[in-house]
Design a protein around this ligand. Structure first.
Ligand SMILES: Cc1ncc(COP(=O)(O)O)c(C=O)c1O
Length: 400
């Protein structure tokens, strides 16, 4: 049967990352393609213990329906953490627990955007959110991302063009580039969005994974009337498999998200929300985060030094101070097709998976000569081996 898919989804493509991950399933492939936490950073033992306790002590709560807003003790705990960071304003904000930040971002766009509305996003940006936005038939426009955040003049230009409902920003250790937005740019972007009546969706899955430099306060801390939606997640600090994230936003926005979440999946899994809550109660979050930061600092530094040692000197890269990604850029003059060929040859013939920059395009025909490398999942040995292989290939294709 030939299916006639809805206009909402017929233009959506399977993510190029998923395609590359298919090759990564081959145990011989060294994968720098994923965005998962380091296996050694997952608190698996602690979660196992907590699961046992939870199932012994509160099975009837864990296996029952729960509130769409989320498991109340966890919501309260999240509010407390966010209030301490100046993100949650008890006067008008609310928090809803979602199934990961993915759902937080998707539902935020759903409650605000009509078909044809404009969403501005950093160019390049996170494919999962871009696809979610596209499914609402919005008009996506990219704003050039620089090392310290979006180009502010260009942001204003695009806001001036009109129709912008939402500005999607990943200010900390951005996916895919690893770049962090400066405080000056956060303030400027906030003021501009306020001036032009656009809501900011601040997506912060990596903020807790800073291993160098100074923390930069969240854009939401500038908010005085609810013009910023903040989305967070336990995926990168506890476990992505438990699917627990959250939205902190003006209570009117959260109320609408609650209705939409009820339609989508009734509520997030009780068992995993309770597990996240028990983790926060039993363990010291700061100590846990310090442990993760040490793991990522080591892996980033190793990958950066292996890139510098092995890659063609014509390739440049970002120097992230946290998060999970390094963004490499091929020499000027290299075409998008040559970049894609490099990534495809690397995985098919040399068994090293990296993600082509086109996977993070705002529009399908955007050019890119960059690729994303993840340092959290491979072992040290594979970081060294994989960088050697990519280095040889890069020199063959682009010169010393
Ligand atoms: C920028 C960004 N936002 C959201 C998500 C989704 O995270 P979650 O696992 O919480 O749904 C990711 C995951 O990689 C991400 O990189």
């Amino acid at each position: 049967m030939e299916f006639k898919f809805s206009e909402k989804v017929s233009h959506l493509q399977a993510s190029a990352i998923r395609e590359i991950l298919k090759y990564s399933a081959d145990p011989q492939v060294i994968s720098f393609a994923a965005g998962s936490p380091a296996p050694e950073a997952l608190p698996a033992k602690e979660l196992e213990e907590l699961s046992k306790e939870l199932l012994a002590e509160e099975p009837s709560v864990a296996f029952q329906y729960g509130l769409t807003e989320g498991y109340t003790p966890l919501r309260d705990e999240v509010k407390k953490i966010l209030k301490d960071r100046g993100v949650f304003n008890p006067e008008y904000d609310e928090v809803i627990i979602t199934s990961g930040a993915q759902q937080a971002n998707e539902l935020s766009a759903k409650v605000l955007c009509n078909e044809g509305d404009v969403i501005l996003a950093e160019k390049p940006s996170f494919i999962g959110s871009l696809n979610a936005f596209k499914s609402y038939r919005v008009y996506l426009k990219g704003v050039t991302l620089e090392t310290d955040g979006v180009n502010i003049a260009e942001l204003e230009e695009k806001l001036k063009e009109g129709g912008v409902k939402l500005v999607y920003l990943i200010p900390n250790f951005q996916n895919p580039t690893g770049n962090t937005m400066s405080w000056e740019k956060r303030k400027a972007a906030f003021e501009l969005c306020k001036k032009y009546g656009a809501v900011i969706l601040e997506d912060n899955p990596y903020g807790d994974l800073r291993f160098a430099g100074e923390d930069v306060k969240s854009i939401k801390t500038l908010d005085t009337e609810g013009s910023v939606i903040y989305s967070g997640t336990f995926s990168k600090i506890l476990s992505p498999g438990i699917r627990v994230g959250y939205v902190c936003a003006h209570k009117d926005i959260v109320q609408k998200i609650v209705v939409c979440k009820q339609v989508a999946d009734v509520h997030s899994t009780m068992w995993s929300q309770m597990l996240a809550y028990r983790f926060l109660k039993k363990y010291d979050l700061d100590e846990h985060l310090a442990k993760l930061r040490r793991v990522y600092e080591h892996k980033t530094n190793l990958m950066l030094s292996e890139i510098d040692k092995n890659f063609s000197s014509k390739i440049t890269h970002t120097n992230p101070q946290g998060g999970l990604f390094i963004w490499c850029t091929l020499p000027e003059g290299v075409t998008t097709q040559q970049m894609v060929d490099f990534c495809t040859t690397a995985v098919k013939d040399y068994k090293v998976a990296i993600v082509p920059g086109t996977a993070f395009n705002i529009n399908d025909d955007d050019e890119s000569r960059s690729f994303r490398m993840n340092f959290s999942t491979p072992t040290d040995e594979n970081i060294i081996k994989g960088c050697e292989i990519l280095g040889k290939l890069s020199k063959e294709m682009f010169g010393e």
